[in-house]
Write a protein that binds this ligand. Sequence first.
Ligand code: SF4
Ligand code: SF4
Length: 362
Amino acid sequence: MHDLTAPCIRCGFCLEACPTFVLTGDEARSPRGRIHLAKAAMFQGGAEAFDTCLGCLACETACPSGVRYREILEHARARLEAERPRPGLRALLAVVTRPRLLRPAILMAGLLPGRHLPGWLARAFGGIGPARLPEAAKHPGWAPYDGPTPRGTVPVLRGCAMDVLFPHVHEATERLLARVGFRAGWSNGCCGALHSHAGFTSQGGGMAERHGPDVLTNSAGCGSHIPGSEDVTTFLLRNGLEKMLTRALPRPRRVAYMDACHLVHGQRVLDPPRRLLRAVPGLELMELDDCHCCGSAGLYSMLQPTTAEALLDRKWQSVLRTGASILAVGNPGCLSWLAERAEGSTVRVAHTLELLEEAFDH
Ligand code: SF4
Ligand code: SF4
C-alpha cells in the first residue's frame, strides 16, 4: 500500500474533481482524505469514507502526481471486505452479474410497488438502501439490415447488465460493426468490474481475463476494467464510420453528451463518441456544465442512495439547461439510472451507439 500512496503530495488538486467532496466539503470524503486513511491502514475506521467513494476515477485524471487511486480503493475495499464481510453484497453481485438470475429478478421487480425492494429484503442484502430495481428498456426493434460481406470478425463483450437491460444496444453495435465491414464475435459472460469495484479484486480480475485483450466494449465500466480492451466508438471511428454518417439523411435533433466516468477517466475516451455524433447530419451536440459522476457508479445507487440521488439531481439540472431532447451516454448503469429520472419528462436517454445506428435506420 505504501508504494501506492507514496506519490500523493497532498496538493489537493483532486478535491474539486471529487463529487463526494464537492457535495460535503468533508476532507474524509475526498481523494486526499481517503488516501491518508489507506496510508494509515485505517480501513475499518475509515469504512464510511471508502463506502461513500463512487470509484469514478475523476481524481486520477486531476492528479498531477499520477496517483493510482483505483488500485488504492480496490485494495482498501478488499481489506474492508475481509474485516467486515457482507454476504448480502456477494448475493447482490451474484444476481446482477448473471443474466439468468437478473432476467427473472427484473421481471419480479415489476410486481413490487415502484419497483422498490421491500426494506426487509434490502436489509437482508446487507445494508443496501431503498433500492429501485432497473427495468429492461423498451425498444421498437431495428429494420432488417444486411451489411457488406465482412472482412473480419472482432471480439465484442456481451457482458451481463447490458445484455439484459439494453439488448438493442448490442444489436446497434452489431449493425454498426457490420456497416464498417466486421462481424461481431460475442464474448459471453460478466467481466467482473462490479466485483473488483466492491473489493473482490482477484475474482473480478479473473473474470476480466476470460475475455482476453483486444475485446471491444460498449459499456464504459467493463471497458475500463478489461486490460487491452477498446471502446466500440474508437474502433468505429478508426474504421470509417464518421464519413459514412455524414452521408446519412438529416434528422434535426439536439443531443447532450454525457461522459460516463469510466469512459473519460478510466479509458480516456473523449473524442470518438463526440466526433461520431457530430458527424450525424442535423445533430446538434451539447456539452453538460456538470462533469461529475451521475451517482450510478455500479451498485452505488443501491448502496448509497442519498448521495447518489443528490448527484443525479445536479446532473439532471445540467441536462435540462442544455435544452436537449436526448441525452447520450455510453454505459448501461448510467443509462438506466438517468432513464429513471427522465420518466415523465420530454428528455430521452439513449446509448451513443443507439443514436448512431438510428442515423441510418429511418
Ligand atoms: S491524490 Fe494527487 S491531486 Fe490529490 S492530493 Fe494527492 S497528489 Fe494531489
Ligand atoms: S473515485 Fe471519485 S468519489 Fe472516489 S475519491 Fe476519486 S473523485 Fe472522489
